[in-house]
Design a protein around this ligand. Structure first.
Ligand SMILES: [Zn+2]
Length: 166
């Protein structure tokens, strides 16, 4: 994980952050819910990365105002996390690669038939109730309350190694 100041989640949510050089922070939190877990991806405009609309085989990006825009599948995994007393929404785009262990095309392909038997899907489901380190970039000039955070990295915290006494 890249270097970042570790802070409690409530400091991130309440804006109680001291300015770090590159505004990267990490916090520990437990995944308490996985939202839209059946489809953690979307069709993304290659120009602006916003969601495209497919109407009668025409792929349009409203944001770019282009029909037949070039697009790609992109992860968008929404998590509800809990750290201390606080809850937050965390969104993973590229960071979902490391949580699920594969690229989005492979994820879609392997979960398209019996997703319950898919290793990657199980990995996703089993991440619930586990603790992770989340790395987020916070724009300190943005005074809006943070309803959701975008995680650039996610790493599971190692379980305590069992102590084996002989
Ligand atoms: Zn676009």
């Amino acid at each position: 994980m890249r270097r970042a100041i570790e802070v409690p989640l409530d400091h991130v949510l309440d804006g109680l952050l001291s300015e770090s050089q590159d505004s990267m922070y990490k916090f520990k939190a437990t995944i308490v819910d996985i939202l839209y877990k059946d489809e953690p991806w979307y069709l993304s405009s290659k120009t602006c990365r916003k969601k495209v609309k497919v109407i009668k085989e025409v792929v349009a990006c409203i944001n770019c105002n282009i029909d037949n825009v070039e697009y790609a599948m992109r992860y968008c995994l929404r998590l509800e996390v809990c750290g201390g007393e606080k809850r937050a929404r965390v969104v993973l785009f590229e960071a979902a690669n490391s949580l699920l262990g594969c690229k989005v095309q492979e994820y879609i392909q392997t979960t398209s038939i019996k997703k319950e038997e898919c290793h990657y899907y199980r990995k996703l489901v089993l991440s619930k109730d586990k603790q992770f380190n989340f790395l987020v970039r916070i724009d300190l000039t943005d005074a809006n309350p943070r309803r959701s955070l975008i995680a650039e990295e996610i790493h599971q915290l190692e379980d305590e190694a069992p102590i084996i006494l002989e």
